[in-house]
Design a protein around this ligand. Structure first.
Ligand SMILES: Nc1ncnc2c1ncn2[C@@H]1O[C@H](COP(=O)(O)OP(=O)(O)O)[C@@H](O)[C@H]1O
Ligand SMILES: [Mg+2]
Length: 636
């Protein structure tokens, strides 16, 4: 199959083209980008914001510009945001851009370049991880530190050669990516960096999260906006001529221009339909044009496209095999057909297929019948659970995809633990808005899943506390208070006084940040719950200053003995009965969670001064498991 995917790349060239081999028009925009690039190369960093509707030619423009920049000695790194549900995959564009960097450098040069930032970056790029290096502490400024790491990296890269960093499709950006963009736009000083951002103007509905970011960028002198409009008739005619390699009939140009309104992608699709002798009257909308093309394909080819559309923009051929229900020569033929028809493209690495344009995927996806959609997502979720490497992602993105597929498959029993694992994985890469969405989804699912406690790796209070913390980290303190109150209510303070106290203390903090006068009462409650407890780190948090020397550092912490300034009292180390994210084993004992194993803050091994679980071993920095989960009965 792999070899046949490679062959397909060759086949595309033979099957006639759907796109113009030359860039049509856009000379003003290219000149604008090149001027910004030259300024950046001279130490005046710049941000270019390319705005235009879907299919108008943003990617083509930046592809051309990046190639030119490369030829002139600059380094171009490109990454795209990935739509998933309504949150976007965490850090997707920076991960993709950095992967391009890692691939392009030899290991020695890479090591010299990233130096001490390796451990931080390895959170996002597991391929950078040193053996035995665990994640560092989250001390509340960890995300800010990661942003600084990126800036420093770009600074160093810029010293070698001017850097063009492209984030595509910002309308799908996750919150962490938006934070990075804001941070860079504010903090760039004299780096030799041009940051290029593209986004779809037709996606920006009211209250779209990109709007505030655009408003902020609009106030920044360093940012220039390049509006990419549709082609005029002459440009569209040039596009059609270039595709046909002959002058297009004037009537056809008029017709396509009228229907496409000069949208380059729409024009390509209309022309492709016309060349195949499709209806004398051209389809009335882009969606119709796309679907008409798909309907002409064979049944197996349509099955491949349905599976690919459910999987996302890019799909591994092995996933396609599972979800399409095809195999062997039949699958190869079907895939070949979709590529020959320019619906899918073979990835350059030969392992995956991608839609020629996201609009094609979107059109096919909306056409899936409900039962078909559920089955496809269930098959995809099961396959990715068993083979996470087929999703080509990082731990956080694969976990997010799994949560999405199980949810879309309406398989709540798997969706619940998958949401929790996705939340935990997002936390580990400081993608707190993503984490918040996953934990809040887990809270919603909890009451709808019979026996939720048996399938989840956190208890309900733990999920709520994680949700509260993640929401707090996205600066929504009022919501954090509500979630934390629910977490407090979910813990029995009679049986778990220490856990209840720590949750109360955290509630006090959120109340204070929300400007709520209930703060003191919450702190008093926390202190009261610990009144009879022997000295411990937990008690230390109820009085000030905390007794020094009570905390221990997690292994892997870069500063032994230093305790993070902000405790995470809900974190469990390794839960008994925790299991792999996503798919539940159909039978047999549950395995420990691969996502959490060895990655959570380990329980410290310092001897506990008391037989009770609130000893220093689960204290402030140790982040042990004592308060994150209610005690299980031996049978559970
Ligand atoms: N200036 C151009 N010259 C030739 N073809 C173009 C031009 N702009 C866009 N296209 C073609 O139109 C299609 C859609 O363009 P793309 O850049 O993917 O759109 P967007 O990124 O805005 O959604 C692509 O196949 C692309 O090759
Ligand atoms: Mg694009």
């Amino acid at each position: 199959m792999i070899s046949s995917v490679r062959e397909l790349a060759i086949l595309v060239d033979m099957a006639g083209r759907v796109s113009s081999p030359v860039l049509v028009g856009r000379s003003d925009q290219l000149a604008q980008l090149e001027a910004a690039g030259e300024r950046a190369a001279g130490g005046k960093p710049a941000v270019a914001l390319i705005a235009g509707e879907a299919g108008v030619g943003k990617s083509r423009l930046i592809g051309e510009f990046a190639a030119r920049a490369h030829r002139s000695g600059a380094r171009a790194l490109i990454g795209g945001c990935v739509a998933l549900d309504d949150g976007g995959l965490p850090w997707a564009p920076i991960v993709e851009a950095l992967r391009g960097l890692v691939r392009s450098m030899d290991p020695g040069a890479l090591d010299a370049l990233i130096g001490v930032a390796r451990d931080e970056l390895s959170r996002l790029l597991p391929e950078l991880a040193r053996p035995h290096a665990g994640p560092g502490p989250d001390d509340g400024v960890a995300q800010a530190r990661l942003l600084e790491v990126f800036l420093d990296l770009f600074r160093r890269l810029g010293r070698e050669a001017p850097l063009v960093l492209v984030f595509e499709d910002l309308h799908w950006a996750d919150r962490a990516t938006r934070d990075l963009v804001v941070f860079l736009a504010r903090r760039l000083r004299d780096e030799r960096l041009l940051l290029v951002l593209t986004y779809r103007t037709d996606e920006l509905v009211r209250r779209h999260p990109l709007r505030p970011l655009l408003a902020e960028l609009g106030r920044n002198d360093r940012v220039e906006r390049i509006d990419l409009g549709p082609f005029g008739r002459a440009e569209l005619s040039a596009q059609l001529d270039a595709i046909l390699e002959a002058p297009a009939p004037a009537g056809l140009v008029d017709d396509i221009f009228m229907r496409s309104d000069g949208n380059a992608f729409y024009a390509e699709e209309l022309l492709a339909g016309w060349r195949r002798g499709e209806p004398a009257s051209l389809p009335g909308s882009l969606r119709d044009a796309l679907l008409t093309r798909v309907e002409r394909l064979s049944g197996p080819a349509q099955a491949v496209l349905a599976a690919a559309a459910a999987a996302g923009r890019r799909v591994d051929h092995r996933l396609l095999e599972v979800a399409s229900g095809l195999s062997g020569p039949q699958l190869a033929d079907a895939v070949r057909e979709t590529v020959a028809e320019h619906v899918l493209l073979a990835d350059p690495d030969g392992r995956a297929l991608a839609f020629r344009h996201a609009l094609m995927r979107e059109a096919i996806e909306t056409e899936l019948l409900p039962g078909e959609r559920i089955r496809l997502h269930a098959d995809l979720a099961a396959a990715i659970s068993d083979h996470p490497d087929w999703a080509y992602g990082t731990e956080a993105t694969v976990a997010a995809e799994l949560a999405y597929h199980w949810d879309a498959a309406l398989d709540l029993e798997h969706a619940l633990p998958a949401a929790i694992e996705a939340g935990l994985a997002a936390e580990r890469v400081y993608a707190f808005a993503n984490a918040a969405r996953h934990f809040e989804r887990a809270v919603e699912l909890w009451d709808r899943v019979p026996g939720a406690a048996a399938v989840a790796t956190l208890d309900r209070a733990g999920v709520l506390a994680h949700a509260a913390e993640a929401v707090h980290r996205t600066d929504d303190q009022v919501r954090a208070v509500a979630l934390q109150r629910a977490a407090v209510a979910a813990v029995d303070s009679a049986t778990e006084p220490v856990r209840a106290a720590l949750l109360q203390e955290r509630l006090g903090r959120f109340l204070w940040l929300a400007g709520d006068p209930g703060t003191l009462a919450a702190y008093a409650e926390a202190v009261g719950l610990l009144a009879d407890a022997p000295p411990s780190a937990a008690r230390g948090r109820g009085s000030w200053p905390p007794t020094p020397g009570r905390c221990c550092s997690p292994p892997g912490s870069s500063r032994p003995g230093r305790s993070p300034s902000r405790p995470w009292p809900w974190r469990r180390a390794s839960a008994p009965g925790s299991r792999k994210a996503g798919r539940r084993p159909r039978s047999g004992p549950r395995s420990p969670s691969s996502a959490t194993r060895g990655r959570g803050w380990p329980t410290c091994t310092a001897p506990a001064p008391s037989p009770r679980s609130w000893s220093t071993s689960t204290g402030w920095a140790g982040r042990g498991s004592a308060w994150s989960r209610r005690p299980r009965s031996p049978a559970s």
